[in-house]
Design a protein around this ligand. Structure first.
Ligand SMILES: [Fe+2]
Ligand SMILES: [Fe+2]
Length: 384
């Protein structure tokens, strides 16, 4: 029993770092020190586990990750990430065998990550100590018009140019339901995200299609749309697939869902907040994460983004992390979109900043509040 618990702890450590190495490899490069460090750490744990066991078998069954006969709890953030990355390469099982060499492991990570980036359809091959169980898939980027974004699935797709302001009413309905019944209608949000994907595909300039804010009380709706839209553009520019972008867009749109539980008189207060009011506002990431955790159809990513979106790159901000952690890369992207849209929107307590002023501020905060790589990616998409 005890040895099973230790095995599970080690395997979860390994899977978490393995997943982080894949994400870093995709985001930075295989040779970036952070990626190299994660690869080494993952390899060390794996070798340690293989000291005890001749082989470790990891299988993907539907949306479950099973190691030996243990189902890894799906609320672990890395589970969906790993499943997607394996599945995208047609891998349904992965067996590591004792004697594994670092370069075999390193190549596996590079292969898994670069194939995702380029969306190639090549079969990966087993090596002496890594056995791949491959299902015959022909992964096609449906983004190129192979049917992933189906109009029948989501209703009629509007003509271009898209006006995201058309969706304010829909967002209002969805958010009102959250406030009143603590229930969320995902399909409405998915419909909006499909339009983000179409806008990206049509190479529309994101600035031209942001939802315009006409009245103060619309901020919560325009903000959700705009943060979702800008984060989807960032993700697309980084090479994430349309399927991933749908999940990312949903998480980004829901980042401030906790604010729906903050009284409007505090949110729209035209003056400094009292300490008590400020505490209530600062609690919105926790309230949002709690709500999403219980909501149906919500992925762990959305819970994490809601929880982390006010944590800064240097880990200042709120809530204060209890230990030094790495903020999810999707949260880091969402935080930039969040900051930009908040700055250029009218607020009761200040005038909106111009696009140039907002960009300047983001640039200044690069390296402290925001991940510099993601800032340059953001500046890249926003100045297109
Ligand atoms: Fe927020
Ligand atoms: Fe926000």
């Amino acid at each position: 029993m005890e040895s099973k618990r230790i095995f599970l702890e080690n395997i979860e450590d390994f899977l978490g770092i393995f997943s982080g190495a894949l994400t870093n490899c995709l985001l930075y490069s295989p040779n970036h020190p952070q990626t190299a460090n994660l690869m080494k750490r993952a390899f060390q744990i794996l070798r340690f586990i293989l000291d005890d066991k001749l082989k470790i078998n990891i299988v993907v069954v539907e949306n479950k990750l099973i190691v030996e006969d243990i189902v890894i709890p799906s609320q672990k953030v890395f589970v969906s990430n790993l499943i997607k990355k394996l599945r995208r390469n047609g891998i349904e099982s992965l067996t590591f065998v004792r004697g594994l060499e670092f370069n075999e492991f390193e190549n596996l990570i590079k292969d898994l990550a670069t194939r995702i980036e380029k969306e190639e359809i090549k079969k990966m091959v087993s090596t002496a100590h890594i056995k791949l169980g491959i299902i015959d898939i022909s992964f096609q980027s449906s983004y190129e018009g192979k049917g992933e974004v189906k109009s029948e699935e989501y209703g009629k797709i509007p003509d271009f140019p898209l006006n995201m302001g058309n969706y304010l009413g829909l967002i209002k309905e969805i958010f009102d339901e959250v406030k009143k019944k603590r229930k969320i209608e995902i399909s409405g949000l998915t419909k909006i995200i499909v339009n983000f994907l179409l806008a990206i595909k049509k190479e529309l300039k994101p600035l031209l299609i942001l939802a315009p804010m006409k009245r103060y009380d619309q901020y919560v709706y325009t903000h959700a749309i705009n943060v979702g839209l800008l984060t989807c553009y960032q993700a697309s520019n980084l090479g994430f697939s349309p399927e991933d972008i749908k999940e990312i867009g949903l998480a980004a749109m829901l980042h401030d869902v906790g604010k729906l539980f903050v009284p409007l008189k505090i949110l729209n207060k035209n003056g400094p907040l009292t300490e008590k009011e400020w505490n209530i506002v600062q609690n919105h990431p926790i309230e949002g994460a709690k709500f999403l955790l219980e909501a149906e159809g919500i992925t762990p990513l959305a819970v994490q983004v809601a929880y982390e979106h006010h944590m800064k790159y240097d880990l200042s901000g709120y809530p204060k992390p209890k230990y030094k952690k790495q903020i999810n890369i999707i949260t880091q992207m969402t935080s930039i979109s969040d900051f930009y849209d908040a700055l250029v929107s009218k607020r009761p307590y200040r005038k909106p900043l111009s696009h140039e002023e907002a960009i300047q501020l983001i640039y200044w905060k690069s390296g402290t509040d925001f991940n510099p790589k993601l800032v340059s990616n953001f500046l890249n998409i926003i100045s297109k």
